[in-house]
Design a binder for this molecule. Sequence first.
Ligand SMILES: Cc1cc2nc3c(=O)[nH]c(=O)nc-3n(C[C@H](O)[C@H](O)[C@H](O)COP(=O)(O)OP(=O)(O)OC[C@H]3O[C@@H](n4cnc5c(N)ncnc54)[C@H](O)[C@@H]3O)c2cc1C
Length: 279
Amino acid sequence: MVKHMIPKNLEEAILSLNQDDYQVIAGGTDLMIQKRNDADLAPLFKTNMIYAFNLDELKYVIKEKDRIRIGSMTSLETLLYHPDVPQLLKDVIIEVASPGIRNVATLAGNIANASPAGDTLVVLYLMDAMVVLSSLGKERHLPIEKVILGPRKTSINKNELITEIIIPNNNFTKASWVKVGGRRADAISKVSFVGAITIDQDMVVDFRIALGAVFATVVRNKELENLYKNISVEILKNNIIHILNQYQDLIKPIDDQRSNKTYRNRVALNLIEDFIRKI
Ligand SMILES: Cc1cc2nc3c(=O)[nH]c(=O)nc-3n(C[C@H](O)[C@H](O)[C@H](O)COP(=O)(O)OP(=O)(O)OC[C@H]3O[C@@H](n4cnc5c(N)ncnc54)[C@H](O)[C@@H]3O)c2cc1C
C-alpha cells in the first residue's frame, strides 16, 4: 500500500525521510507528468510520497553580503518578482513554462529532476550555485555539478531533502541567456545558453559559458574558461575559431522528438560565437 505524507514542518519531513522510503514531491510539475495514468484517471504513484511544497520554513530568499540563499520550496514565480534575485536567474525563469506552472514549480525540482534540458540548471552551473542537502542531523553542501550526475541521476540520498540553493554574488559586465525552443512559452529547450564576462580596463577578468540540452548534463568547463582570463578582449575575439573548436569537443547532442543533433550542434556553437562577437 502506497503511503502519502504531508509533514507539518521540516523536522517531521526529515524524520519521515529517515524512517521510511519516500519520494519527495514539491510542485509536482515534473512528477505529475512522469506518473501520468490513463485518460481520466489520477496519476499513478507506486512509491510512498512526501509532499514538501507547503513547508513554509523552506520559502525564503535571504540576501547576505556575498551570496543569496533560496529556500527550496520557494516557487519560481516568487523568485521572478523578488528584488534580491539576480536578474540573470530571472531572465531564465521568465522563459520556464508559464505562470500557472511557475506558481508551484521550484528550483529544487528542476535540480533533482536532472533533465539535460532543465533551464535553471544552466544558469545555476554558470553562477557556481551550491545545493544544501539535509538529512537527520546532517547537512551536505555540494556544488550543483556534484549533485547532477546524468539524465535523471543525482547524488541525492533517499533520506535527503534539498533544503536550500546558495548563489554567490556575481558582478558580470555582461551576461546573456538564450533559450531556443519551439515557441515562446511552455517550450522545453532544444538548446540553451548562458554566457557571462567580467571586464576590467579591456582585460577579461572572468569568462564563463554554460550550455544546456547538448550533453547528458549542463556543459561548463572551468579549465577551458581559465584559458581566456587575463587576456584582452581583442585577443579573446581573435580566438573565436579556436574557442568554438574546443566547445565542439565538449558537446555531444542527441536526436529526440524536439530536435536533432546537427541542429543542436550548430545552434550551440552559433550562440557562443554570437556572445563573444557582441562583447
Ligand atoms: C507544461 C510544462 C512546461 C514546463 N516547462 C519547462 C521549461 O520551460 N523549462 C524547464 O526547465 N522545465 C520545464 N518544465 C518542467 C518542470 O516544471 C520543472 O522542472 C520544475 O522546476 C520542477 O519543479 P517541481 O517543484 O514541480 O518538481 P517536482 O515535480 O515536485 O519534482 C521533480 C523531481 O525532483 C524531486 N524533488 C523535488 N523537490 C525536491 C527536494 N526538495 N529534495 C529532493 N528532491 C526533490 C522529486 O522527487 C522529483 O524527482 C515544465 C513542465 C510542464 C508540466
